[in-house]
Design a protein around this ligand. Structure first.
Ligand code: CP
Length: 314
């Protein structure tokens, strides 16, 4: 049976992937691997984790809650803010202060960019950002990195093609920043309206990251790719729904498009998908998005332990 040695570390909020060094990231991947071997441990016995979801979620909330349950902790929280005192006008600050009276760790998704950072500044309880507006989604990034590592056997010397909503897709922003620690080549495939924001283009330039921008989702791009990272067009972030209608179906992957792709290519998607990946891709050995979501359980177990200051050794 696997055993774990535990040692106390400093507690740490994770509101941005930039809160983690390359060493932190590699350590989290190592711990995720341990949890994948055995996700059922009583490391969190006596701990209470609050999951505060001000925006809808399936995977992130349920995998965080499963992560806590499998480690022997307890979960409190909400998935419908309308059923909380937020609907009576309670501020985010007061909500966080109240929940801090009850929980050892707060996992929060919020529609406002910067909300997780603000929450972490008004409490001594560590906060994990489960997505803030179009800004950051660091736990998605950790499971993406874990999925890339598992499928490619490395994080260096790979070509990653990001497709779809590169403007509002917080997962691509976090992933791009995390992969700046490694030797990765990027293709950004998006229409003009949804192109990678200038801030992240400048980030690539300033950090010597090799990238190309495309509007055409061409066979040349697909066939040079190791990781094909598809994204959903984020309807909820559009001020103009006519614009959403114009761009929502521009990039869609079907099985035929993978015909001449590299044998090691894997298709990732943070999910939920709408029309970006045709269902005929699902049975391909190159489809990895459902396993990717499964990896979220182990990556989040590692992040929860890190935030609570629990050093997990095998
Ligand atoms: N990938 C992701 O964040 O999924 P949910 O919105 O279902 O949590």
């Amino acid at each position: 049976m696997q055993t774990y040695r535990q040692r106390k570390m400093e507690k740490q909020s994770i509101v941005s992937i930039k809160d983690l060094t390359k060493e932190n990231i590699l350590e989290l991947l190592r711990v995720a691997e341990l949890f994948e071997k055995n996700p059922n441990r009583r490391i969190l016995a006596g701990k209470v984790v609050a999951t505060l979801f001000f925006e809808p979620s399936t995977r992130t909330r349920l995998s965080f809650e499963t992560a806590v349950n499998r480690l022997g902790g307890r979960v409190i929280g909400f998935s419908d803010p309308a059923a909380t005192s937020t609907s009576k006008g309670e501020t985010l600050k007061d909500t966080i202060k109240m929940v801090s009276n009850y929980a050892d760790l707060i996992v929060m998704r919020h529609y406002l960019e910067g909300a997780a950072k603000y929450a972490s500044e008004v409490t001594d309880v560590p906060v994990i950002n489960a997505g803030d507006g179009a800004h950051q989604h660091p736990s998605q990034t950790m499971l993406d990195l874990y999925s890339i590592f598992k499928t490619q056997g490395r994080l260096d010397d790979i070509t990653i093609t990001m497709v779809g909503d590169l403007k509002y897709g917080r997962t691509v922003h976090s992933l791009l920043q995390a992969l700046s620690h490694f030797r990765v080549k990027f293709n950004f495939v998006a229409c003009r309206e949804l192109k990678m924001p200038q801030e992240f283009i400048e980030f690539c330039v300033n950090n010597g990251i090799d990238f190309q921008e495309h509007t055409d989702f061409s066979p040349e791009v697909i066939n040079s790719t190791d990781i094909l990272y598809m994204t959903r067009v984020q309807r909820e972030r559009f001020a103009d729904l006519d614009e959403y209608e114009r761009v929502k179906d521009l990039y869609s992957l079907n099985l035929n498009m993978l015909r001449d792709s590299k044998p090691n290519l894997r298709v990732l998607h943070p999910l939920p998908r709408v029309n970006e990946i045709s269902q005929d891709v699902d049975d391909s050995e190159k489809a990895y998005y459902f396993e990717q979501a499964h990896n979220g359980l182990f990556a989040r177990q590692a992040m929860i332990c890190r935030s609570l200051g629990i050093d997990v050794k095998d």
